[in-house]
Design a protein around this ligand. Structure first.
Ligand SMILES: Nc1ncnc2c1ncn2[C@@H]1O[C@H](COP(=O)(O)OP(=O)(O)OP(=O)(O)O)[C@@H](O)[C@H]1O
Ligand SMILES: [Mg+2]
Length: 354
């Protein structure tokens, strides 16, 4: 499978910032048993200036993938290209130089307690041998960029969790990388701080044009900030694509997680139909569906539903209970005509057993 998120669509030849080609990583079993295939034949093309989410259960291979992107792990097979450089082929000083193009943000920023926020941000620049005056100018710029003005002289113990993560992000951006890799960047934060940090990431992408890869188990993070999403399952890509496409495909494994339908009340004497609407076609609201049911001689009651805004588009998933006007379940013919018209309007509708 070739996943290409560039403007040219699948199979395009635009120079993407990250290209994985047949990436495979097999670990020898530490105890001498069967080797573990952590990644197998991953083909992924992530374009510049977008936010890409990578999700998957524990053990799916997410951290291994990020470690291959940073050159911390060498692939068993395949290529890992970041901004035109084959990371897997590099060692020593060449690898260290290529890594400057890649910023990292972790779940816990792991700041140095004895240093202030500004000194923590400055740390990678010191290691890279950047002269003092240049370093100070860059740190001042970064403090402003991540919204830490007034807190730059605080030590980590004097910062909130969200501020600590801002320092972590500023430190990740210090060397002006083209790619920012984030491993569970908001998992340790509360809901409102998570939203602030995600807004910051979206803003940085907008202002700096950097490419962001976020590993997360939080679907809210994917919904809020990602342009594309890839689901890893047992080291393989189970689904990958533009967020709106993936969320709006009710047959794919990710849509139920991105737009989970809450449980409907049980014991309803009606035909139940799940509808996914909003991605294409004329029907934009659940009221549109109720009106169409009415045109087919049926009363539709929304018994469960969720509406999410994904990439600026409202996407809804509702469960309708259909009855005729005398309170009986709708006829098979009426149902077939209703479903047919929904289909023609791009609404994915499936009858479910009560
Ligand atoms: N150094 C290693 N040696 C042997 N096996 C490893 C090594 N690193 C990872 N694995 C195995 O590779 C598989 C993928 O691990 P990985 O850490 O990439 O998963 P993950 O998706 O990041 O999981 P989590 O969400 O729990 O962090 C697991 O089965 C793991 O046990
Ligand atoms: Mg992991």
């Amino acid at each position: 499978m070739n996943q290409c998120f560039g403007p040219g669509g699948p199979g395009c030849l635009t120079a993407g910032v990250i290209t994985l080609d047949g990436l495979t990583k097999v670990f020898p079993a530490p105890g001498g048993g069967d080797p573990v295939t952590a990644l197998e034949g991953i083909d992924l093309h992530l374009d510049e200036g977008r936010v890409h989410g990578i999700v998957g259960r524990s053990g799916a291979g997410k951290s291994t993938l990020i470690r291959c992107l940073t050159g911390l792990e060498k692939p068993t097979a395949g290529r890992v290209e970041v901004d035109g450089t084959d990371i897997a082929a590099l060692d020593g000083a060449a690898l260290r130089a290529a890594r400057r193009n890649i910023g990292m943000v972790f779940q816990h920023a792991n700041l140095l307690d004895s240093r202030t926020a500004a000194q923590n941000i400055s740390h990678p620049l010191e290691i890279a041998g950047v002269p003092r005056a240049q370093r100070e100018a860059r740190v001042a710029e970064l403090v402003e960029l991540v919204g830490l003005s007034g807190r730059e002289h605080n030590h980590p113990a004097q910062l909130s969790g969200g501020q600590i993560q801002r320092v972590g992000i500023a430190r990740g951006l210090a060397a002006e990388p083209k790619v920012l890799l984030c491993d569970e960047p908001t998992s340790a934060l509360d809901g409102s701080t998570t939203r602030q940090i995600l807004r910051l990431i979206a803003d940085l992408r907008e202002r700096l044009g950097i490419t962001v890869v976020i590993i997360t188990h939080e679907m809210g993070v994917v919904r809020e900030v990602c342009d594309t999403v890839t689901l890893l399952q047992d080291g393989r890509i189970a689904q990958s694509g533009d967020l709106l496409e993936v969320a709006g495909d009710p047959h794919g494994p990710l849509s139920g997680e991105l737009i989970p339908l809450p449980p409907a009340p049980t014991g309803i004497d009606a035909v139940l139909v799940n509808c996914d609407y909003g991605r294409t076609g004329r029907f934009r609201t659940s009221e549109d569906l109720v009106r169409l049911a009415d045109e087919h001689g049926a009363e539709a009651h929304i018994v469960a539903g969720i509406i999410e805004t994904i990439s600026g588009t409202q996407v809804g998933r509702v469960q309708l209970a259909l009855q005729n006007r005398t309170g009986e379940p709708i006829s098979r013919e009426g149902l077939a005509a209703f479903l047919h018209e929904l289909d023609a309007e791009g609404v994915v509708a499936t009858e479910v057993s009560a």
